[in-house]
Design a protein around this ligand. Structure first.
Ligand code: COA
Length: 149
């Protein structure tokens, strides 16, 4: 089994993969909300099994998005490898801070992210997310997290 992480500019493939593998999206608006800037694909013998991307918001914040690993490959550390690789690449590009909107927190806490407790980045959480049944029923509480590079 040949497992590799590589950069890709096929942002549509990454989006499709992430949505097919558990990243939440709005059925009526199945597209990037922020502009894709950088993406990684994780492959096993050339099959796509994981994804991560960095997108740039309209005010210039960099956001980790589309983090997903195919179900049968989970809990083997692949998402951690994707996070570490993408953060290293962003640091090389002299980017100082990364944000994300977390629905699960533990993996990000384990990788150095902290909860962002100011409200000036609340714009990152879309109205679609706040109108979602999972949010209304308190089954999913999105939180902004951040890391300094
Ligand atoms: C979240 C996800 C990317 C993790 O992928 P993974 O390759 O299994 O992650 P890792 O093996 O690197 O996990 C490392 C640790 O993170 C934590 N973690 C992983 N998945 C988690 C989850 N769904 N919820 C909470 N913590 C999680 C665990 O502590 C895990 O350690 P463990 O395997 O010893 O339990 C994967 O479950 C996934 O694709 N989920 C659907 C999409 C999604 O929710 N993306 C994130 C949106 S915020």
């Amino acid at each position: 089994m040949d497992i590799k992480i590589a950069q890709t500019t096929d942002y549509n493939k990454i989006l499709e993969f992430a949505f097919d593998n558990g990243v939440e999206y709005d059925e009526t608006n199945k597209c990037y909300i922020n502009e894709p800037f950088f993406a990684l694909e994780l492959t096993s013998d050339n099959d796509l099994i994981g994804s991560a991307s960095i997108c740039k918001s309209k005010v210039g914040d960099y956001i980790l998005e589309q983090l997903a690993v195919k179900e049968e490959y989970r809990h083997k550390g692949y998402a951690t490898q994707l996070i570490k690789t993408i953060l290293r690449r962003m640091k090389e590009l002299n980017i100082k801070k990364i944000y994300l909107i977390a629905h699960v927190y533990e993996i990000y806490l384990k990788n150095g992210f902290e909860f962002y407790n100011n409200n000036d980045k609340d714009y990152l959480i879309s109205d679609n997310c706040l109108n979602c049944d999972l949010y209304i029923n308190k089954e999913c509480i999105p939180r902004i997290m951040t890391i300094d590079l």
